[in-house]
Write a protein that binds this ligand. Structure first.
Ligand code: IYR
Length: 215
């Protein structure tokens, strides 16, 4: 089929690139969430946006499991906090803990129960192909990483704050969401509105020179 590509003028491209950067630069990872619910349809459309990501052989090797019920969020909190207690209490090398220290994180994760939605993103190692045949997936990690980036950007664009949470290991998510073994938890995205007076660490991003080179 013919590509439906929208060509911008030079000025539009420059303006859109700047605007989009400035919009994304406002995103902050939040750790204190209010209980305010997310408006209907927002998460659904953001998942659809994530699903537009480029991916290996268009097998779309991802699954997004959304927890909104208090009972499920509580189960996730309990399991994640058990893993995090081990992480902070000895499993993590001191060097890692030292690098993390400026963020002020610890094993206490009340936001997992308080935030209105948790999205567990799973990476599929197998799926059915376009003819319905079982197949392995290709570049699943890269594909799911890109889709997750799209999801975070889509949620930010819709005015929803997120926290990318990575308790390790995350196998408990397979049990809670009843997902098969060939789906590997990729990360848990906490979604909602920041608590009134929410504070974030005073951090900055690297400059263009530090992160890029033009040849
Ligand atoms: N998963 C732990 C530790 C943690 C690790 C990194 I790398 C961070 O940027 C933040 C936290 C936790 O969620 O506390």
């Amino acid at each position: 089929m013919l590509l439906n590509f929208h060509y911008h003028t030079e000025i539009e491209s420059q303006q859109f690139a700047r605007d989009f950067y400035q919009h994304l630069a406002k995103r902050r990872t939040v750790r204190d969430f209010a209980e305010t619910p997310i408006p209907e349809g927002v998460i659904e459309n953001c998942i659809l946006a994530a699903g537009t990501a480029p991916n290996g052989a268009n097998l779309q090797p991802w699954h997004f499991a959304v927890a909104q019920s208090h009972a499920i969020k509580k189960q996730i909190r309990e399991a994640a906090e058990a893993e995090e207690r081990e992480f902070y209490g000895g499993r993590a090398p001191q060097e890692w803990l030292d690098t993390l220290a400026h963020l002020g994180t610890d094993a206490h994760k009340p936001f997992l129960e308080k935030a209105p939605a948790l999205i567990a993103i799973f990476q599929k190692s197998r799926d059915t192909d376009h003819e319905g045949k079982e197949t392995k997936t290709y570049y699943p990690k890269e594909s799911v990483g890109i889709a997750t980036g799209f999801l975070i950007a889509a949620l930010h664009n819709a005015g929803i704050a997120t926290l990318t949470h990575t308790p390790s290991p995350m196998n408990f998510l397979n049990e809670i969401f009843e997902r098969p073994k060939h789906e590997k938890p990729f990360l848990l995205l906490v979604c909602g509105y920041p608590e009134q007076g929410c504070e974030v660490p005073d951090i900055s991003k690297k400059s263009l020179d530090q992160v890029s080179s033009f040849h």
